[in-house]
Design a protein around this ligand. Structure first.
Ligand SMILES: Cc1cc2nc3c(=O)[nH]c(=O)nc-3n(C[C@H](O)[C@H](O)[C@H](O)COP(=O)(O)O)c2cc1C
Length: 332
């Protein structure tokens, strides 16, 4: 009998219909891209990471990140902060955005963030993780989750301690990106750490979901992670960039046991255009065309003439110019 790997998840009181999530990706998971991923079957989406300090200061650019789309009835906001002291000061705008889930970033390796003591720097001080989760659970009934890595480096693997700090303080879910901070995004994610963490959570915090992240580049990889590690769900990150089809394909694989055909050329180009249209609605035509330069090559990866198309896209400043490129690609 096939295992039921596609399933609903409960995060505290929050019930979500599926376990294929879109990870937070700074610079990528804005409202238009999240909408595209929802349209292709993402069970749940997160904002890009949002600075609690920015919220507390009333930064307009930070508030922009809190906007949710029409398809995001359920929506997670990920915050980054270095101390529990910021929690109360930043809470009002956060609650106004009415997130279904608030996630705390303990994994970001970017120097600008780490330098302030936020992101993966929090892994070096589990008592801070504890204090932040406690402050949030004291001030709101919204479920809290924590996303972290396996440790700072290979000599300081401490994910069990971080999970314990988070869950012992009232978090309702954890996600682990199975790399250390010093690995950044390179090397192979260590999925065996997910297995160990799942066993730990089952023993000490039963019924608390664990999500896995790291090297989820195909539906088969997601199936393997779910099957081999026992995680309750997966978060697609780089694997969803230019490839929102991965949500639909993974659900198909998990529910039927069969691979779905890859997206057709037509589907890829139509999705690219839809993505651009949503971006234009959000930020205006020229900014959308510039922003799309980081997404478009990912939609076109592997197509014949992709490199020529990329050159043209790098100069395109209007929707019409993008259209010319997609028409050319259709012509072969
Ligand atoms: C460009 C980029 C931006 C990211 N931004 C965030 C972020 O804002 N918050 C977060 O928790 N993780 C962030 N991550 C990490 C991803 O959510 C994910 O955990 C990581 O990429 C591992 O998954 P993958 O190997 O399948 O890509 C980011 C990763 C990338 C590549």
């Amino acid at each position: 009998m096939r295992e039921n790997l596609f399933r609903a998840v409960s995060i505290g009181p929050l019930k979500i219909g599926g376990n294929l999530f879109l990870a937070p990706l700074a610079g990528y998971t804005d409202l238009p891209f999240r909408t595209i991923c929802k349209e292709w079957g993402a069970s749940f989406t997160f904002s890009e990471m949002v600075s609690s300090e920015g919220l507390a200061r009333g930064s307009k650019n930070t508030f922009e990140l809190l906007k949710r789309g029409e398809l995001e009835e359920q929506f997670g906001i990920q915050i980054f902060l270095n101390d529990s002291e910021v929690v109360e000061r930043s809470l009002e705008p956060l609650l106004e955005a009415n997130p279904s889930l608030i996630d705390i970033n303990c994994g970001c390796p970017v120097p600008k963030v780490v330098k302030t003591g936020a992101g993966s720097a929090l892994m070096r001080d589990p008592s801070k993780v504890e204090a932040i989760v406690k402050a949030l659970t004291r001030l709101t009934t919204i479920p809290i989750s924590v996303k972290f890595r396996t440790g700072w480096n290979h000599e300081s693997i401490n994910y069990l301690e971080i999970a314990d700090a988070a869950l012992g303080s009232g978090a309702s879910m954890v996600t682990m990106h199975a790399r250390t901070k010093t690995m950044g995004y390179s090397g192979k994610a260590d999925w065996s750490a997910l297995t160990t963490l799942k066993q730990f959570i089952e023993k000490h915090y039963p019924s608390t979901p664990l999500f896995g992240s790291g090297d989820l580049f195909s539906p088969e990889a997601a199936r393997e992670m779910l099957h081999t590690t026992g995680v309750d769900g997966v978060m697609f990150a780089r694997g969803a960039l230019g490839n929102p089809f991965i949500f639909h394909q993974t659900r198909h694989l998990l529910t039927t046991g069969e691979q779905s055909p890859p997206p057709s050329l037509e589907e890829r180009l139509e999705t690219l255009k839809r993505h651009l249209t949503l971006l234009v609605e959000e930020v205006g035509e020229e900014a959308a065309c510039r922003n799309m330069r980081k997404h478009a090559p990912l939609y076109l990866k592997g197509l014949p003439h992709a490199s020529k198309a990329k050159q043209l896209i790098n100069q395109a400043l209007t929707y019409e110019q993008y259209l010319e490129v997609t028409e050319q690609l259709k012509g072969g």
